[in-house]
Design a protein around this ligand. Structure first.
Ligand code: ARG
Length: 461
């Protein structure tokens, strides 16, 4: 098919160049947004008297039909088309004749593509936010059930102090709430309309950029036409926010993988969210969590692609920028599939409370509480720390725990120890008396859940 820009050329493009140049295989997914943008543009052109109302009506009807035909598969995209913008314009002209050729008045593909990506990503952000909100709500529900489930808290992956599973889950809820906020922020900054920037220098036609911006529900038009067509910072910002979500999911995934191992056995995944081995009959593998962890690297790659692609590009549009789409689309698709698979995997997992508690009982994670017991009875903290360290050493040598160490042994090191030490180092006491704001005590975790839900509600509005 002859190119729309064939006038200036004496030869057709080499077929390799054709394929190399074409973006329809990946920008075709923006067809709905391209059509919505064109409808707003044609409406404005008619209102401003730039095209006749009759032509505008034909364009609007034609575009609406094309949209319906693409939606239900009656019209297929031509793989040889240069891009989605050219394809829809050619199809429109084939259907309605000369009026179709007037649509591109006072517009360039440069402002058109900058518009389409924004419209497309705006919808995607809304979907990603829904998925995060659903995951945060699941975390709140699970946390509510596990405000009493004692587990070891770790530093350096060494048992450190007792917490609850609910407390641990709410840490992730907090991270995801920030992710939600970051997405809202990216969406807000992105929500300015580049349409009317033209190729780079605006237009001599009396267009109304405020009208198209408001028809398309933007905050307003982008203020500088060169900027309007040539920046992709909004893609980078979104990809960075998505990378952060993936980073959080990868940490959670890593923990789930560890918790599913025989060494931990804190969690058992539902059969529907685990996979077997082709050779080892005993295996039940956490593939979903591993894939989320793995795909995080791929999204970081997308971010690096976008940053590198934009580096040092002179103003305004350069064809390099066509490379933005595969990267940002991949990031968006990846985070969506990860979030929507991760949530039910987590929700359906069986929490092995006894194993969590047994692990908490093993690592002397109440040693700080033992030292605090002495401190509260007047022993300076540093002395209390040393006495407790000596007791732990004795227990290790004699295969005992602080719970099973006889009072007489305690008293050999300090006469301050009394029978009530056992109550003070009880794991439940240790977790439940950490009532400081943000800590693992039941009332503290309940407050965290309530705050998370309030934030969720505010961010959903
Ligand atoms: N397919 C192109 C892209 O995605 C559309 C813009 C083309 N503009 C141009 N001047 N060649 O970037």
């Amino acid at each position: 098919m002859a190119k729309m820009w064939a006038g200036r050329f004496k030869k057709e493009a080499d077929s390799k160049v054709n394929d190399f140049n074409s973006s329809i295989s990946f920008d075709g997914r923006m067809y709905r947004h391209d059509i919505l943008g064109s409808i707003a543009h044609a409406t404005m052109l008619a209102d401003q008297g730039i095209i006749s109302q009759e032509d505008a009506d034909a364009i609007l009807d034609g575009l609406t039909e094309i949209l319906a035909d693409l939606n239900d598969g009656r019209l297929l995209m031509d793989p040889d088309a240069e891009d989605i913008h050219m394809f829809i314009e050619a199809e429109l002209t084939a259907r309605i004749g000369d009026a179709g050729k007037r649509l591109h008045t006072a517009r360039s593909r440069n402002d058109q593509v900058a518009l389409d990506i924004r419209l497309y990503l705006r919808d995607e952000i809304a979907e990603i936010r829904q998925l995060i909100a659903a995951l945060v709500e699941t975390l709140c529900q699970m946390a509510e059930e596990h405000t009493d489930t004692i587990m070891p808290g770790y530093t350096h992956l060494q048992r450190a102090q007792p917490i609850t599973f609910g407390h641990h889950l709410m840490a992730y809820a907090s991270m995801l709430l920030r992710d939600l906020d970051r997405l809202a922020d990216a969406a807000r900054r992105m929500n300015f309309c580049p349409l009317g920037s033209g190729a780079l220098a605006g237009t001599t036609y009396p267009i109304d950029r405020n009208q198209t911006a408001s028809l398309l529900e933007f905050e307003g038009p982008v203020m500088n036409s060169l900027d309007g067509v040539s920046d992709r910072d909004f893609c980078i910002e979104l990809c960075s926010a998505i990378s952060m979500i993936m980073m959080h999911l990868s940490r959670f995934s890593e923990e789930i993988i560890l918790w599913c191992s025989w060494e931990f056995k804190f969690l058992e995944l539902d059969d529907a969210f685990a996979t077997g081995s082709s050779i080892m009959p005993q295996k039940k593998n956490p593939d979903v969590a591993e894939l989320v962890r793995g795909k995080t690297g791929r999204v970081y790659g997308d971010l690096m692609t976008l940053l590198s692609m934009m580096k040092s590009l002179p103003l305004a549009y350069n064809k390099d920028m066509q490379e933005d789409k595969e990267a940002i689309f991949d990031a968006v698709d990846t985070v969506k599939i990860c979030l929507s698979t991760f949530e039910p995997m987590l929700r359906t997992a069986r929490v092995l409370k006894e194993n969590m508690r047994a692990a908490a009982a093993k690592g002397f994670i109440n040693a700080t509480d033992c030292a605090d017991y002495l401190t509260k009875k007047g022993v300076p903290f540093r002395d209390a720390y040393k006495i407790t360290g000596t007791l732990v050493g004795y227990c290790v040598d004699h295969n005992l725990t602080l719970e099973t160490l006889p009072l007489s042994e305690y008293q050999k090191l300090s006469p301050v120890f009394e029978e009530d030490v056992y109550q003070a180092i009880d794991l439940t006491t240790c977790a439940m008396t950490r009532k400081s704001l943000g800590g693992p005590a039941k009332e503290s975790v309940c407050a965290q859940i309530a705050a998370a839900r309030a934030q969720l509600k505010a961010l959903a509005e």
